[in-house]
Design a protein around this ligand. Sequence first.
Ligand SMILES: NC(=O)c1ccc[n+]([C@@H]2O[C@H](COP(=O)([O-])OP(=O)(O)OC[C@H]3O[C@@H](n4cnc5c(N)ncnc54)[C@H](OP(=O)(O)O)[C@@H]3O)[C@@H](O)[C@H]2O)c1
Length: 313
Amino acid sequence: MSSLSHSRVATVGSGVMAESIIAGLLRGKLVPPERITGSEPRPERREELERQYGVRMVASNLDAVRDTDVILLSVKPQTLNKVGHELCGHLQPDQLVVSIVAGANCNVLTNLLEHSQVVRSMPNTPAQIGCGVTVWYATPAVTEEQCGKARTLLQALGTDLRVEDERFVEMATAVSGTGPAYVFLVMEALIDAAVHLGFPRHVAHDLVIETLEGSTAFAKATAHHPAVLRNMVTSPGGTSAAAIHELESGRLRTVLSEAVWASYRRTIELGADLEQGLGLNEGDPEPAGGRRGAQRAAGGSAARRSAGRKSAV
Ligand SMILES: NC(=O)c1ccc[n+]([C@@H]2O[C@H](COP(=O)([O-])OP(=O)(O)OC[C@H]3O[C@@H](n4cnc5c(N)ncnc54)[C@H](OP(=O)(O)O)[C@@H]3O)[C@@H](O)[C@H]2O)c1
């Protein structure tokens, strides 16, 4: 029996990610379909989800959340304000809101909804096949029982990692949330290079996908540091050494690091924009932008390291 077996779950905004959660919950028999209600503006989408999963679909967000225990907030960030104002004043004190909305921090969520029991989470795209990783943070008002429910809900998307400091959700947005975009770009570049060498595109595709999948599985199975694994395939004066020299000359590591920092700064900015929309950061003399601002927002690298030890799950 799961911690959600006797709970009623609502999905507010029933798009791609909400569908992944619904599918995962039903696949794992964690919640029966009659206990799931989703809201969605488009009638054809409501019919599609009802037909496919046997869940109840409604047009009104308020109807969806009524008498539910756990509410998944899964609208796009640009829709959050509107939906938040609709829900505000209609949530019961014991209802748990689990948000997956990118950039929406707990300050935004609790103020917008006027509700304190909130979980902020950041899943990633492989969640669509149950292979995602979701980092989540619960506000102090969330009970341990509710945390259990949040975990069960988010595990429908794959692996979950609870953190005790919300800043790690922002950092995770730049690493695991945006991570698939980095991997897909590398994947695409390798496929194009293989086509350039002369492979037919479908063969190039399969070679690259299998190589990435096999390398990941190998790293996971051995638990070796990637440098150890890379050294294993790098013979003196060999082909890998020649290729790696080119990658290092092209500043691959630095570019990746800069990409992660850019994504992190953007996450902080999105949160600040949402706060500004709600009038929450008026009078803030220094918006959190730029690397220094982001570093301060993260408490500096030393603070990050010590916070990291404390908040390991
Ligand atoms: N996709 C990812 O990999 C991923 C990863 C991490 C986080 N997220 C976050 O997850 C959230 C959902 O992403 P998604 O990919 O599932 O987006 P999505 O497929 O666009 O889902 C959003 C859903 O909300 C519906 N909606 C629009 N206006 C609404 C309203 N007023 N009330 C209720 N529902 C409304 C949309 O309906 P219409 O289609 O009819 O407009 C759509 O079905 C986003 O905030 C995103 O930042 C996504």
